[in-house]
Write a protein that binds this ligand. Structure first.
Ligand code: PLP
Length: 495
């Protein structure tokens, strides 16, 4: 496996490749996304590897934004699709019953967390993750008769109106946003168990304070690992607290496993790490085995919908169900979740060793094969310093104590807060994010034949979402190319 830029391409291939890219840029919407940062024209693919129209080969750690649990064109997926095509079965049947759908549902229910599986109902909705999120939000609103929602800062749930509203970038008020625990940029400045505990207490307070301005919500939606938000795994204890808090108040808990599901994080479903049983699960991406498919799975007592309450034309994609059933079974039978856990831990450890030599790596985090490397401007000082860092502890009592960026009103309050802050041992302030450096790393990776995604609040997190079938040798090649790309980009961007 090479970690140097790939050789020059034959002229004819270059022309075809460039023509396609030129026409795409001229004809497609300005909203196109991946196509901008990744100017490649895939023509063939297998497993981890994509071959471009220019004849170049790439290791694909984007995996269709985490869709391809088995990589590209896995033999069991192709076989399942061929079997349906050769059988003469209808490809489009709305939501009618078919043997293919029956087999998919049976396989999916087999994998669900016990406790939900026994009492599960499934709704086949439109084929994208965002459709499943819409369906879940609509369901809990119908079931509770309430309207508001709880969601988390940094969340990403999709691009349709309701899903966007629940995502971190939205600015509407029907969704109350809560702090998601994170170590590196903890909103409370502490990280770790203390930061997570403060996040949980804030949630309780918002719900129990009759003047919090947040009415009783229809549900809480969360990602067990925030993916697009920058790869933040929720601590298991915090997830259990969210489960307790919502259960105690009769608030349905919706786990958005669109990206984390099907073994990606080292458990078949990411909620299994904490042992919680959500009331609703939103599933898409990998469940379709690389074809479009999304479902909502929920406990039977929430099934208050009248017939036709959530309809849609494309809810019966037979090829996706066959590909999905084959993928779910293959991941289960071959222990690929466990494999993701082992290999993911090793890759995280190797990336953390790399970080020791690169001050521009602010943090390496992830779970299983959902990995993020946050890049920072290490030469730029953090924007604000915590009292204990900026001053002596005595001076901190009169300085600008950190209360969500607001000065405390009285000397007494300052004193009290400073002592709490000191007791809780705040973590060091992180350096500012480095989106330009991250973009440069992504470009350098591509030059070396490695496709990575960028994510995070500031697009400064290099993301790896390789297939769960990744071999040890492939993992080494991915990390080699990434390390090489990082070194080159860091030299060119000394800040
Ligand atoms: N939820 C999560 C957690 C996601 O990561 C995504 C997409 O990345 C979605 C929902 C939306 O899925 P889709 O892009 O298929 O609409």
């Amino acid at each position: 496996m090479q970690s140097t830029p790939q050789p020059a391409r034959p002229a004819a291939q270059t022309t075809a490749h460039e023509g396609i890219l030129r026409r795409q840029a001229a004809r497609e919407s300005a909203a196109r996304t991946y196509a901008r940062a990744l100017p490649i024209v895939p023509v063939r693919a297998r497993g981890l590897t994509i071959e471009g129209a220019d004849g170049r080969r790439y290791l694909d750690c984007l995996s269709g934004a985490g869709t391809l649990a088995l990589g590209h064109n896995h033999p069991v997926v192709l076989e399942a699709i061929r079997k349906v095509l050769d059988s003469g079965a209808p490809l489009h049947v709305l939501d009618l019953a078919t043997p293919v759908k029956d087999a998919f549902t049976t396989e999916l229910f087999r994998t669900l967390p016990p406790g939900l599986a026994d009492r599960a109902r499934i709704q086949f909705c439109g084929p994208a993750g965002t459709d499943a999120v819409e369906a879940a939000l609509k369901l809990v609103r119908a079931a509770t008769g309430r309207d508001g929602l709880l969601a988390f800062a940094g969340a990403y749930h999709g691009m349709t109106a309701g899903a966007l509203e629940a995502s971190g970038g939205a600015s509407t008020v029907r969704v109350a946003r809560l702090p998601y625990p994170q170590d590196y940029r903890c909103p409370f400045g502490f990280g770790g168990a203390q930061g997570a505990e403060l996040s949980a207490r804030w949630t309780e307070n918002v719900l129990d304070d009759t003047k919090s301005g947040v009415p009783a919500p229809a549900g809480m939606i969360l990602e067990p690992v925030q993916g697009e938000g920058g790869v933040y795994p929720a601590p298991d204890a915090w997830l259990r607290r969210m489960r307790e808090i919502t259960a105690a108040r009769g608030i349905p808990l919706i786990a958005d496993e669109v990206q984390t599901g099907v073994g990606r994080t080292g458990a078949f479903w990411a909620v299994e790490h904490s042992g919680i049983v959500p009331d609703v699960m939103v599933l898409s991406k990998a469940i379709g085995g690389s074809l479009p498919l999304a479902v909502v799975v929920y406990r039977d007592d929430l099934d208050v919908w009248p017939p036709g309450a959530h309809a849609g034309t494309f809810r019966g994609n037979q090829l996706a169900m066959a590909a999905g059933a084959a993928t779910l079974a293959y991941v289960r039978e071959n222990g690929l979740a466990e494999r993701a856990a082992t290999l993911g831990s090793r890759m995280l450890a190797q990336l953390r060793s790399l970080a020791a030599h690169h001050p521009c790596i602010g943090e390496v985090r992830g779970r299983g094969l959902m990995i993020g490397v946050e890049l920072v401007n290490a030469n730029t000082e953090p924007a604000t310093a915590l009292p204990s860092q900026a001053t002596t502890s005595g001076a901190a009592t009169t300085g600008p104590a950190r209360t969500g960026g607001v000065r405390t009103g009285t000397a007494h309050a300052d004193e009290h807060l400073a002592s709490v802050v000191t007791d809780l041992a705040p973590t060091a302030q992180p350096h500012p994010p480095a989106p330009e450096l991250a973009a440069a790393v992504q470009r350098e990776c591509l030059r070396r034949g490695l496709i990575v995604e960028l994510g995070g609040r500031h697009s400064s997190v290099v993301r790896l979402l390789p297939p769960l079938t990744l071999t040890d040798e492939q993992a080494a090649a991915v990390l080699d190319r990434l390390a090489d790309a990082l070194a080159t980009a860091a030299r060119a961007h000394p800040r």
